[in-house]
Write a protein that binds this ligand. Structure first.
Ligand SMILES: Cc1cc2nc3c(=O)[nH]c(=O)nc-3n(C[C@H](O)[C@H](O)[C@H](O)COP(=O)(O)O)c2cc1C
Ligand code: SF4
Length: 664
């Protein structure tokens, strides 16, 4: 069935290895180490992607040098004690036919002294863009020390069973800081003309080749043109790649997007960026090189897109990172001609890079097994020994996942939903600007899986406690979610349980607006008590797109603050400016009378009154737990998961649902 994607499943030689297909699980920091040592979590994570058919895996980077330590969970640099732990991973993945590479990185001037306790070493001592500190311009002796460090680390990787290394040479980090005229201002043999600027990279590659031998892959993660005046444009990057390629120093270039300069959000581009963001840059590298393989990265996402990239000759391989976090078995499903079974990544960044940036291990909103493979034996569910009839009440994220997993385990499942469609509140989120990819998960994938698993679905059915008692299921799972609290409660005013004026007719919830139940007036006050989380920011964009004049009032210091970790905050704020959303920060709403909002600035305590047509509340929901309470003492087996327990995110609903369904 690989004929559905003939180019994607055509093997390809890479130095001494043959990749069984073109699908790479590219480099990414998963933050799973224990005191710098690869953990069981790593083992399960990589094993699952190898089992799932990825041809090549690039394991989470290790810092090249003590000055390059970037995060709390970085692997220990040049530490022989890590070898057996890495060896366990490489042996296991090799047994599935996967080529194993380890990334070695150093971000140069953009370091993190909290983790390294070292000054940041860089070509020219320019400031970090990661924080407010300056960096140290390396002496020639220090450059030699750094090169040695890369080489020593590469040898250690070889002993740990890796087939090669991936040198982090993109995003304006140490290696490409040497390439770029804006970060390399040296006038010695390490700066100036092209040959001098490339010398650092060339020395690392040639010395690794010398000690590691011919049978060792040397790859490079690079990126497109620098988004800064005077920086290295894509033509400059092509020149560098061609220079290295002509000398046979690099076996592959993997081409990412974004950089530490001023487009950090594009390194892991969320849904606001175009699909296939990276392949055009990969195609430019492909034009420039004759020997090295080229890998396209960034928002390729689906097997169909990957096939297009390879078939069109834009690149030789594709790296699908988030797509394979969301579904570890993407490659095998595509190979078997079942791309519709691939659980789609929705490009939300919430639990992958979102958790990485919160200094914890990477998981996935859509796939709660990500990062838990070692506990759950991968992304599989164990068959039940005792099939039962399970009634699931509520068809949002939690309900759909409970139903799917319970049915896959062999239970007979009935899923009952009050609305005309499945998806719950997440369906409303899918209607917000740019967030349509959510529908691929809840509107396409789940319904398809539930149908295949013969889950009985009853829509437009609002079950009461008596109906549930009469239903006679062996177990009931309540996934009834949450609903707008409607009281206008704000964290900034904890003593005010109910906003004065909240019962007026010209007040509604963000949910009312997104569901189309209420069409607000022209001039809208949006009360954001969610720190800018999606029901607030997304609704502001939704209204602005429909040409309402929107004023967003928040107690937070910055609009869209809660979107920071998913790297969707900057683009949201930019859109607020572009689409004319007025943002009023550090401000609480004291009352709403007629059309007047009384606002208090929380910094100055100054108050003002402003006029609007409609007040839209984006505040924390409250659980829809009436059925839980009504059935609590009935003696029937009842479970509750997701927002029904406490109003939170879809990610928690999917997770709790999976965890529960595996025990039913
Ligand atoms: C959690 C996370 C951590 C990442 N860390 C790294 C990294 O350490 N090194 C690297 O070269 N790229 C890193 N990336 C970028 C990915 O390699 C890739 O370029 C990016 O996710 C876009 O590809 P995708 O759309 O297939 O996810 C990271 C991505 C994610 C999601
Ligand atoms: S958390 Fe979101 S962006 Fe990240 S892999 Fe999962 S679905 Fe994709």
């Amino acid at each position: 069935m690989a004929d559905m994607f003939p180019h994607l499943f055509k093997p390809i030689a890479l130095r001494h290895k043959t990749l069984k297909n073109r699908i790479v699980f590219g480099a990414h920091t998963v933050n799973m180490s224990l005191d710098g040592t690869p953990s069981d979590r790593h083992f399960g994570y990589y094993r699952e992607r190898a089992r799932g058919g990825a041809a090549m895996i690039v394991v989470e980077p290790v810092p090249a040098h003590r000055t390059g330590v970037l995060i709390r969970a970085n692997f220990r640099t040049q530490d022989e004690s890590t070898i057996p732990y890495f060896r366990r991973i490489t042996d296991e993945c090799h047994s599935h036919g996967t080529v194993m590479i380890h990334q070695i990185y150093h971000v140069g001037q953009h370091g993190d002294q909290d983790h390294s306790w070292e000054p940041y070493w860089s070509p020219s001592g320019l400031p970090s863009f990661h924080d407010q500190h300056g960096s140290h311009a390396m002496t020639e002796a220090e450059i030699e020390e750094m090169i040695d460090s890369f080489v020593t680390q590469a040898l250690l990787e070889q002993r740990a069973g890796f087939d090669g290394v991936d040198l982090f040479s993109g995003y304006n980090c140490l290696i490409d800081q040497f390439w770029s005229p804006i970060t390399n201002r040296r006038d010695d043999r390490w700066g100036g003309n092209l040959e001098n600027r490339v010398r650092f990279a060339a020395e690392i590659c040639s010395r690794i080749r010398k000690v590691a031998g011919e049978d060792f892959i040397i790859g490079m993660t690079v990126s497109g043109g620098e988004p800064a005046e005077g920086g290295l444009g894509i033509e400059g990057k092509q020149e560098v790649a061609a220079w290295l390629d002509t000398r046979g120093l690099v076996d592959y270039f993997s081409v990412g997007t974004g950089s530490y300069l001023n487009d950090f959000n594009k390194i892991v581009p969320p849904f606001m960026y175009d699909m296939m963001l990276g392949p055009p840059d990969a195609a430019k590298y492909k034009e420039a090189v004759k020997h090295a393989r080229v890998t396209a990265e960034a928002r390729v996402k689906t097997p169909a897109n990957a096939e297009k990239v390879i078939a069109s000759g834009m690149a030789d391989m594709v790296s699908l990172v988030r797509a394979q976090i969301a579904d570890a078995h993407l490659a095998n499903k595509a190979k078997d001609g079942r791309p519709e079974d691939v659980r789609p990544c929705i490009s939300c960044n919430q639990l992958c890079i979102g958790r990485r940036l919160r200094e914890t291990w990477v998981s996935c909103l859509a796939n709660p097994s990500a990062g838990r493979e070692f506990e759950w034996n991968g992304d599989v569910v164990p068959p039940t020994e005792k099939p039962r009839h399970i009634l699931v009440v509520g068809g949002g994220p939690a309900g759909m996942e409970v139903a799917r997993v319970a049915a896959e385990r062999g239970h007979r499942v009935t899923l009952v939903e009050r609305d005309a469609e499945l998806g719950g509140q997440f369906r409303l989120a899918a209607g917000q600007p740019f967030r349509g990819e959510i529908s691929q998960l809840i509107g396409d994938w789940y319904p398809h899986q539930l149908e295949k698993l013969q889950v009985r679905i009853q829509l437009r059915t609002d079950l009461r406690a008596d109906d549930i008692r009469r239903f006679g299921a062996d177990a009931v799972v309540l996934c009834t979610g949450s609903e707008p609290a409607g009281d206008g409660y704000q964290r900034a005013l904890p003593g005010t349980a109910r906003l004065p004026g909240v019962d007026q007719e010209n007040v509604c919830s963000a949910h009312d607006v997104l569901a189309g139940r209420v069409v607000p007036g022209t001039n809208v006050l949006l009360l954001d008590d969610l720190n800018g989380w999606w029901p607030a920011s997304g609704t502001a964009l939704h209204l602005a797109k429909q040409r309402h004049r929107v004023t967003l009032v928040t107690a937070a210091e910055l609009p869209a603050m809660a979107l920071d970790h998913s790297k969707t905050d900057y683009e949201t704020r930019r859109l607020f400016v572009e689409w004319g959303v007025e943002t009023v920060c550090t401000t609480a709403l004291l009352s709403w009378q007629g059309n007047s909002a009384r606002l208090r600035n929380l910094m100055s305590n100054e108050e003002e009154t402003r006029e609007f047509d409609t007040l839209v509340l984006a505040t924390t929901n409250r659980p829809n737990d009436g059925l839980s309470k009504a059935l609590a003492k009935d003696g029937i087996e009842v479970h509750a998961v997701g927002d029904n327990v406490a109003a939170r995110t879809a990610a928690m609903a999917f997770f709790e649902a999976r965890r529960l369904a595996m025990t039913l």
